[in-house]
Design a protein. Sequence first.
Length: 467
Amino acid sequence: MSARILVVDDLVPNVRLLEAKLAREYFEVLTASSGVEALAIARRERPDIVLLDVMMPEMDGFEVCRQLKADPETAHIPVVMVTALNDAVDRVQGLEAGADDFLSKPINDVALLARVRSLLRLKLMLDELRLREVTGSGFGIAEDRPEATNGLGGRILVVEDREVYARNIEQALNEDHVVVITADVDEAVHELRTGAPDLLVVSLGLRDQDGLRLCSQMRSMDEGRHVPQLILVDDSPVDLERLVKGLDFGVNDYLIRPIDPNELKARVRTQVRHRRFQDRLRANVQMSVALAVTDSLTGVHNRNYLESHLENLVQRALRDSKSIALLLLDIDRFKAINDSHGHGAGDEALKEFTNRISREIRGIDLLARFGGEEFVVLMPDANADRALALAERLRQLIAEEPFHITGGDVEIPVTASIGIAISQRDTDTGAEMMRRADQALYAAKNQGRNRVMLADSDVPPGEARSA
């Protein structure tokens, strides 16, 4: 996962140390030596994450964080406070200033990288939602922009089987939130499905159950996919190793025992605020574009939305020096389906085609109907290898099982040809990417159909055009 990270510290050795650690993991690193410089760089360069030292002259890290979070142009950038301070009061002050997390010096390499990757996943999703909202507003559709919330009044599901710990958590949170505590994993899963919690708090010290496995299970469920997770760990090598695993697969935050009640309150408020912002952003996207930019037959986005969103996506990719992939899919010999089985059968085939694709693509990918039997998948932050791999999976998924047409009890064999273009030029446009993908699709058709082809100009040196 590539990203630009802004490191802010007035001490050059500290900057160089963090820069070296991050560069080894192929992150692009920007640096600033003061709060004023950091604010200017953040507004100009829009980094993906900010690692911010607390103790700086003139403007400390707390004030820098407050100004970043108060500016609508930078408020969405995750901020990690890096400090030698270990007092819980300082951590609470940072969280109340809007920081997304804390790292204490000396910085553990594994914890640093796991934390950075976890926050980058969150930002990637929020960036895509924000971009889709901008795309929707481009059609003149009124939008109710998300407002900041105070993070109070949430429904908090706590999984803890040690009575003393459970009681302390409840006492810390029940004044500001509705707290549901259970000691049983099965009850927790049931509560997730029926209670719509705003935050899941799980102890990794469950005596007879695996708290980390519960987090993984809930993250894979539809009801839990967007519910933030905060895990409670003991200060032991085993728990800290499991913490890193949890952050890698999507846990949002953690606290190490002994837990300070005020820090627990602050971190819970932060996660509830994030959850509500995401929910309102998704709701705005759904309301603003559903009627104007949805294909009425298949339920996916239509060509109007695709062309507008593609241009936004290309411009963002150029600005951030990232690549995007465009897959142009065409159902082979679709006219024969209509001629042999009728247009009703053709419509059902189009619906099944989109259903199969939708099940396979990532949440940040976008599927749209370009016209007739042609569809497009846009893949943000994807290179040629990833695009070829997905396209080949889609091709096999379409071809491996005939399409069942209801009413006539008919099974129709269907295949698809796929052309791919990768953004790679400083002057790339959405129209140019569509042109290259169309050329690759035409080549796939000419070579016998049911094939995946990458545009000639996008093939890395020494590699083949097809999957």
